[in-house]
Design a protein around this ligand. Structure first.
Ligand code: 13P
Length: 251
């Protein structure tokens, strides 16, 4: 790994206060017992729990983030959460453009870009997600799809400090399937190349891999060139499942 890794958990629409607090406390205890100086660790709980989890994480090395934010600062957008609200609740990161949002909420690259810009304007680090569908992979379009998404979802003013890119092949999310290490390395090298044409400090941007990351495959994936961390769904819900993945970032 060339840059400071980020191991991030995305709890998606999972978690009620009591159980989630217990898991978060268990994770914080593990972080406090380890030397985490070499790695950033993040949990993105559902919006209802951001404040509570951020309060629990205060004073620890654990970061808390949102899973999405609205592009507008405030206003008549029933049910949405602004980046400033996430920040106010204690978040330091926001995921934008997750494939579940691109699919379930018809989010285009243009929308994702605007959300990422809103996150950065509020002082959050934007984690911009990209990834091809199985159909696109099978028809040989992976790299062109990734280029299109990276180029058109990248926030204006992106820097290595305010932007992270997560490569999450849609077909690998929640399926137990992962691309081969060679395929992951190919896409990540390609993304680095794309970013080099788009920004100054592209070499410092964290490129995360996401999609069925588990304790058993994390080390192999994290060892790949241009893989600077992981974005973990199912295996981030329990501290004992997430911890071995975090350890790959500490190694
Ligand atoms: P899984 O780790 O459950 O496959 O989810 C990946 C993901 O979508 C993280 O954002």
């Amino acid at each position: 790994m060339t840059v400071r890794p980020l191991i991030a958990g995305n709890w998606k629409m999972n978690g009620l206060a009591t159980e989630s607090s217990a898991e978060l406390k268990a994770l914080i205890a593990k972080l406090q017992a380890a030397d985490t100086g070499a790695c950033d660790v993040l949990i993105c709980p559902p919006a209802t729990l951001v404040f509570q989890m951020a309060e629990l994480a205060k004073g620890s090395n654990l970061n808390i983030g949102g899973q999405d934010c609205h592009a507008a600062e405030k206003g008549a957008h029933t049910g949405d959460t602004s980046a400033a609200m996430l920040k106010d609740a204690g978040a330091t990161y926001a995921i934008v453009g997750h494939s579940e949002r691109r699919t379930d909420h018809a989010e285009t690259n243009e929308i994702v870009k605007a959300k990422a810009e809103a996150a950065i304007a509020a002082g959050l680090i934007a984690i911009v997600c990209v990834g091809e569908t199985l159909e696109q992979r099978e028809s040989g379009e992976t790299l062109s799809v990734i280029t299109d998404q990276v180029k058109n979802s990248l926030p204006a003013g992106a820097t290595a400090q305010n932007t992270v890119i997560a490569y999450e092949p849609v077909w690998a999310i929640g399926t137990g399937k992962t691309p081969t290490p060679a395929d992951v390395a190919e896409v990540h090298a390609h993304m680095r190349g794309d970013l080099n044409g788009l920004m100054q400090d592209a070499d410092g941007v964290r490129l995360l891999y996401g999609g069925s990351v588990k304790g058993s495959n994390a080390a192999e994936l994290m060892a790949l060139d241009n893989v600077d961390g992981a974005l973990v769904g199912g295996a981030s819900l329990k501290a004992e499942d997430f911890w071995p993945i975090v350890e790959t970032g500490l190694a």
